[in-house]
Design a protein around this ligand. Structure first.
Ligand code: URA
Length: 290
């Protein structure tokens, strides 16, 4: 056994588990190939060096004076203030949901794009009366390219069903369109860059009711510092550029939070009843027998 294989064999299972946990916390939670690569494998013998060709040194080249290049736009760093400015300008130019999706897909100002598998834009019915905005895609959403399709999505579907709703009568998106590594919360810069796009998304969708799923979505869209435990189930009037009237907006508990705190179910149920009253008042489409 060579030295590398010996030390690999000496690694204890607990160390391997600790290493995997470390990778997972850092956002590396998927194997992207079956081949572990060169790790622990003896290196291939180095190819014999090619014979060195002696060539005479190049003659000095006389450079022609060139016209000075046109001034270049400074590179916009993902996450910078300039990227937020770009996001505002680009979002303001989108006239349809298709244009917005294409503009987002082409946008490189959010650093999360580099680590995500794909963009997660929306799911559901763009003609629906109710729009739900969550925080950010998780692992399943990143894999499938749709919001709320993992564990919390399944609970969201059950909450919707209890209110007479399903994905044909709601439209769902997130504040952030790319998965943060390791499912961490999106940071302030990522939210600031994403906000013009989700505001435009809501304005183009023109919902009768907007639900913010979880504290992050509520804080971002309502610009409030009040926690979700204080503001869930309350109505806010949120104005969006291009919409003639403010949209009645209610924060609800995030399904992932409810999964961790099943004791919240009574509050959740109460919020859904408040929602249903408003749905009836505003003539929203839903299944009456639920
Ligand atoms: N959590 C969210 O906030 N959004 C998703 O799409 C999935 C989980």
């Amino acid at each position: 056994m060579d030295r590398i294989s010996e030390s690999a064999a000496a690694v204890q299972p607990a160390e391997i588990i600790a290493l995997l946990k470390w990778y997972q916390d850092a956002g590396v939670d998927e194997a992207i190939g079956d081949d572990p690569g060169a790790l622990g494998r003896p290196r291939a013998a180095a190819a014999p060096a090619a014979p060195v060709q002696m060539v005479p040194p190049p003659r000095p080249v006389q450079l022609e004076p060139r016209p000075s290049p046109r001034p270049q736009a400074a590179a916009v760093l993902p996450g910078s203030d300039a990227a937020t400015g770009d996001a505002r300008r680009i979002a303001a130019g989108c006239r349809t949901l298709e244009e917005l999706a294409a503009a987002l897909a082409a946008f490189d100002g959010c650093g999360l794009k580099a680590t995500a598998t794909q963009m997660v834009f929306a799911d559901g019915n763009p003609e629906a009366d109710i729009m739900i905005v969550g925080e950010a895609p998780g692992a399943e959403e990143d894999r499938l390219g749709k919001p709320f399709v993992g564990q919390s999505g399944k609970l969201l579907d059950r909450m919707l069903a209890a209110t007479g709703l399903d994905r044909s009568t709601v439209y769902i998106s997130n504040i952030v369109n790319w998965r943060p590594p390791g499912n961490r919360q999106p940071n302030a810069a990522e939210i600031a860059i994403s906000l013009p796009f989700i505001e435009c998304h809501i304005a183009l969708m023109r919902p009768k009711i907007l639900l913010c799923a979880g504290g992050t979505a509520a804080a971002a869209l309502l610009a409030t510092r009040e926690g979700i435990t204080r503001i869930h189930g309350r109505w806010f009037d949120r104005s969006f550029p291009g919409l003639p009237a403010p949209v009645p907006t209610m924060p609800i508990y995030h399904p992932a939070f409810i999964l961790r705190q099943p004791g919240m179910k009574r509050d959740v149920w109460r919020d859904l009843l408040v929602l249903k009253h408003r749905m009836i008042e505003l003539g929203c489409a839903f299944k009456r027998d639920a």
